[in-house]
Design a protein around this ligand. Sequence first.
Ligand SMILES: [Zn+2]
Ligand SMILES: [Zn+2]
Length: 145
Amino acid sequence: MADEREASGHCLCGAVRFTATLVSHDVQVCHCGMCRRWTGGPLMFVDVDGAPAFEGREAIGIYRSSEVGERGFCTRCGSILFWKVAGEERYTMAAGSLDDASRLALKTEIFIEDKPGFYDFSNATKKVVGSEAMGAYISGSGETN
Ligand SMILES: [Zn+2]
Ligand SMILES: [Zn+2]
């Protein structure tokens, strides 16, 4: 059912709201050093089919964190909203920004080689090195995100 993939979400202060079509309810975790700096921990995200529809777009800040990636956040409350492929309408939304987490399932951990030793997830996940994970988003071998 396409309807089950329709999702809504918003930032902490509510200045930015969105609706998006999820590719699936599979959640990925990124353990890379950039996500760690950005989030304070690992980034949990879901892949989106096409571009989300945003309300409050003027409150969205974009940080171009690498050649391949852009990170979107609310400039009023600082909430993390998305990572996207720079220059393309390929978005992943922060899992925590979604209104309904009831169908989400943690499936994959990426940049597993960068995971710090102080935590582990007990979920049975597919563990993927960064270069392989980025290959899903970029043709060629992206080393950074
Ligand atoms: Zn906000
Ligand atoms: Zn990352």
